[in-house]
Every structure is written in C-alpha cells, then in structure tokens.
Design a protein around this ligand. Structure first.
Ligand code: NAD
Length: 250
C-alpha cells in the first residue's frame, strides 16, 4: 500500500481513464475524491473504489465553471483532508463532433480549450499552496498523443493538449524547489467513451495505424499515472509518458 495516508483527486472520473485511475490509486492505498459532471458514472466509480477498502468522495461538478471547482476542492479538503495527488484528467474533443478548422464555430474553441486546458489550471490552483507548504505533492495531467502528431479536424483539441504539456513543464520548474512533481501522461487511442463516440470507419483507420494493432485499455493509462504518483517517481518531474502502442513513432 504505497499510497497509504494519501488523498488523491481524479477529475473526469465517472468513466474511462479517470475511473480506471481512481481505482488504481485506491488499490495503492489512497483515499480518492472523484470529480465529474456525470452523477451516475460517479456513483459507479465510487462503488469500484470502495471495493478496494478506501474512502471515496464523489463531487458532481461542471469543470467549465470556475466557482464550482473552488467549492469542490473546499469540500474535498474538509472531508478527506489535504490533497497529495491531483490527476487532471477530464477532457475530450468538442461534444458536437470534430470539424475541419474553418467549419468549427469559434465557440467550440472556447469550450474545448476551457475544458482541456483552463480547467487543468483551475484545479491545480486549488491544491498548489498546500502542496508547497507541506513540500509534498504530485500533479499529473492527461495530455494526448495529439499534442505531438496533431489530428485533422482536431485543431482545438490538439492545441489544448499541447498547451497542457507546456503548462506541465513550466509548473514543474516552478514547483521543483518545493519537492512537488508535475508530469503528463500522453495516451494514444484508448477504449473509452471518447473513442466509442467516434464513427466506426474512423476508428478502423485508427486501429490500422497502431503498430500494436489494438486500442489501449484505460487501465494501461492508469498504471502510468500510478507510477508518477508513486514514491519511486520522486525525482521524475516535467516529464511525459507516451502510452500509445508506438502509434506516434511513424
Ligand atoms: N480515449 C482516448 O483515446 C484518449 C486519448 C488521448 C487522451 N485522452 C484524454 O483522456 C482523458 C479522459 O478521457 P477518456 O478517454 O477517459 O474519455 P471519457 O469520455 O470516458 O471520460 C471523460 C470524462 O470527463 C468528464 N467530463 C467531460 N466534460 C466535463 C465537464 N465539463 N465537467 C466535468 N466532467 C467532465 C466526462 O463526463 C467523462 O466522465 C481526456 O482528457 C482525454 O482527452 C483520451
């Protein structure tokens, strides 16, 4: 139980990668706060976390609303105590579907950037001063292989995820003197609600482009997050881990 007496927060934890990470960090002994706008999914994740014997606090919140984020973190600190690990995971492409840049309404940029990038900064802001004071903390972001390779029809999403990497590296420099680490996990194509929502023909092309010949499982990302959260990663900061079945390498 390497994370015994630790409190971890996972955003976007009602499904997919966030749900798998919440369970994985609980298996390592952390108590978990889970944030999402999907109340039913939060209840499902809570049950899975509690099966590990750890505490779980679900907080239903829309991460596009800054004031709700502040209230959520106040509740977490009051119920579970100070946050040791933050996995900034919530995100995804435009809900209305991906479109070539000239066809994407300007409002879509706002939505995608606020969810994938601004909410990462907003959640991080809530935990940073406590982590600095205690000289202990792990911040992990979920970027994407798209931060490197881009994707036609995903200009907003790719830009936001590249921004997440820039944020991760810059914050790692600011927090290094305090012993707080900041790292990113960069998933390839993973079997979650996000890829489920893509058209079948598109996903067939995606799978054909993956040297490992299959989509990744959410648990395969959760393991990478658990590494960054673990005591063994104490000297790893400003780094990213690509978990993408070699898709970005050609
Ligand atoms: N699945 C992939 O192939 C893949 C690849 C690269 C990166 N990612 C990233 O992984 C992260 C997790 O995605 P996933 O694949 O598990 O997808 P998912 O759709 O299963 O999970 C995303 C979660 O975020 C929540 N969410 C979305 N908008 C929200 C909001 N405004 N407020 C609160 N919660 C909100 C959703 O309810 C959902 O539970 C995202 O940042 C995504 O961009 C996924």
């Amino acid at each position: 139980m390497i994370l015994k007496n630790h409190v971890a927060v996972v955003t976007g934890a009602a499904s997919g990668i966030g749900q798998a990470t919440a369970v994985r960090l609980a298996q390592d002994g952390a108590d978990i706060a889970i944030l999402d706008r999907n109340g039913d999914g939060l209840a499902a994740t809570k049950s899975l976390v509690e099966e590990t014997g750890q505490k779980c606090l679900p907080v239903q919140v829309d991460l596009l609303e800054r004031a709700s984020i502040t209230a959520a973190f106040a509740e977490i600190e009051q119920v579970l105590g100070p946050v040791d690990i933050l996995h900034n995971n919530a995100g995804g492409p435009a809900r209305s579907g991906n479109k070539p840049f000239p066809k994407a309404p300007a409002e879509q940029w706002d939505e995608v950037l606020v969810l994938n990038l601004r909410s990462v900064a907003d959640c991080t802001r809530e935990v940073i001063s406590g982590m600095k004071e205690r000289r202990r903390g792990r911040i992990i972001t979920t970027a994407s292989e798209q931060a490197f390779k881009g994707g036609a029809g995903f200009t907003d999403y790719s830009a936001a995820k590249a921004g997440v990497l820039g944020f991760t590296r810059s914050l790692a420099l600011e927090l290094a003197p305090f012993g707080v680490t900041v790292n990113a996990v960069c998933p390839g194509a993973i079997k979650t609600g996000l890829t489920n929502a893509m058209p079948d023909e598109y996903m067939e092309r995606v799978v054909a482009s993956i040297p490992m010949g299959r989509l990744g499982e959410p648990e395969e990302i959760a393991h990478a997050v658990a590494f960054f959260a673990s005591p063994g990663a104490s000297y790893v900061t400003g780094s990213y881990l690509l978990v993408a079945g070699a898709r970005t390498l050609h």
